[in-house]
Each structure stands twice: as C-alpha cells, then as structure tokens.
Design a protein. Sequence first.
Length: 365
Amino acid sequence: MEKSWEWPERYPRATPHLLRNSPEGCLRQSRRRGHTHANAWRCWRLWPGFATALAVTLGVALPARAADLEFVETEELRIVYFDPNENHLVPHATQSFLSGLATHKRLFSYVPDGRVNVLLQDFSDRANATAIPAPRNRIFLDIAPSNEPFETLSPAEWFGWTAAHELTHIVDNDRASPADARFRRLLHGKVDVDSAHPETLLYNYLTAPRGTAPRWYQEGSAVFMETWMSGGVGRAQGGYDEMVFRAMVQENARFYDPLGLVSKGTEIDFKTGANAYLYGTRFMDYLGLHYGPQKLLAWWRRDADSRRYYAHDFQRVFGLPLDESWHQWIDWEHSFQRQNLLASPPSSIPGSSQTSCRLAAATAG
C-alpha cells in the first residue's frame, strides 16, 4: 500500500463552514452601501423619460449604459463590484472574505491597516486573483470559471478557497511590528516600489518588509493556509505536487536551493511561478509536519519579537539557518518518496513512462 502522510489531527479546522446567505442578510452586516459611477451618462438616469423622449425626437441613438461600480463595506472590508452584472455574487463573496478575515484575525491577531479592498472583475476567461498589499490592501478577483485542464486542483468552493489564499498574502505583508508602524506613520503609510524611484525599495522594506521575501515564501504560506482553512483539502495535499516530487526523486533530478530557485528555477518554469508554488508549498508542508503549525504561524507573523528579514526570523523561530533546514527537507523528501516508490507497483512508478522525464526536466532544468 502506498504511503501518504495524512493531514495531522493537530491541525484543527481553521474556518467554520461558510454560512448560507441572502442578499439582505449580507447587507445587514455591512455598515453602509455606496456607489460610484463608471460612465459619463449619470445625468440621463435622473430623467429617463425626458432623455428617451428627447432622443426619439432628435433621432439620436443613446449608447448602452455602462456598468456602474458599487460597493458594500464593513469596518475592515470593502467589496467593489459591477452593477448589475455581478450583483448575485456579492452576498457570497462578502461572507467568504469576512469569514477569512475572522480566521486570520484569530490565528495571526491580525487587524488590517485600512480596509481590505476586493474588486470583483470579469475581464478574463479564466479564474485568477491577485493580492497587492502596498500602498493599500487590494485584491483583484477574476470571477470567471477556473480552467480545469490547466489547474493542479479543482477547488470545491472558489470564493472561500480564494479568500483564504489571497488574505494570507495580505496578512503576511500588512501585519506590522511596532517598528513597521513607526515607519508607516513617518512615511504616511506603506510605500510601494516604483522602478523610476529606486529609493522606494528601501522605504518599502521599512514599512512592509515581508513584501521583499521571495515568491516561494509568499505562495507556500498562502497555499498552506488555503489547505488548512479548507480542513486539509487543497494543494498542500494535492496529488499533483506529490507526483512532481516523486518523479524528481525517481529520475534523480536536481532539487534547487533557495537561491537557485529564485534564479535558475524561475528561468526554466514551465508555467509562470509554478516552481515557487511547488517548492514553497512542499517546504511549508515539511515544516508543519515536523515542527507543527504554530511554528509556521510564528514565522509568518510580524510582531515585536520578529526579525525584519524573513531568513533571520526563520532562524529565530526554528533554531537553525534556513539553508540548513531546506537541505534537511530535501533529504527527507528523497527518503519519503523512495519508500513510496518501493511500495508502488511497477506500472505506477513514474520512471516507467517518458512523462516523468519531461516533468522532471521542466521542474529541475
């Protein structure tokens, strides 16, 4: 029987089941509802009968009214959406992000530095999301269905799953230590990096230091949290990652160290950022399995005792240098996957097909 590590019992379900909502119930949770208009024809809406009659009289065809931007907001969250096309998504999206914020507040003692702004947009044919924590907390959520043939996991519920992932990015980079808070007051908030002004990189490091951490750190923590908050269902325990690393061990492929991953590892990526997700998630899994989730939270959480640089803070929390722990993970991964390969029937071993050769080459260069 093939070995696989189960989601440990010490990982409690991080988020209760999302509540079923009606639009009225959702809006009752919101402090107020507002709107901004995205077109120049607002005046026509005030006198629709007069405008229509005048247009018919003059033989002028009025352009179709563009969608309006509206929003609902609470003390810590603002959902911006296009009215009327996205109205039906607002209650569930709002509750998903409120639930995610509540869980992150409990696990990280997190209070947002300003509202978390979420834009529901439909400008793409595939689901996606992006979190930008500086200068303000923003999440852009593409509401299109996921492109299943090119996904490594089919999420059971897109909004809740995405809220858990993207809010982790916000928490990782927005939560401030007392020193960060002082610099934010001095510089009037978090400073975004502007390539035309290189000095902003220093200001960004002073106001939101974890934003300079490599992508494997950012995505590894977010994928770990999305899985934990879904009760152990997610990419951190998905079959795709298991397949990749088992194939790499079977083919004796190179495992990158942290520096190699952010240089050569990104150069040969077969999908944008794929190696950052793969390595970052697997390393976080290893740390969670051997040290427990509370150690991971202590590393990700920026507080008075934490170090500004993510690698220095790793040594504070785990008691050894990051590179040393990384190589311990690689040794463990080889041992773990060799046991799986020995326990697997020959027909299921990745090396029995040419697919693993191409897969290992794509991930190892």
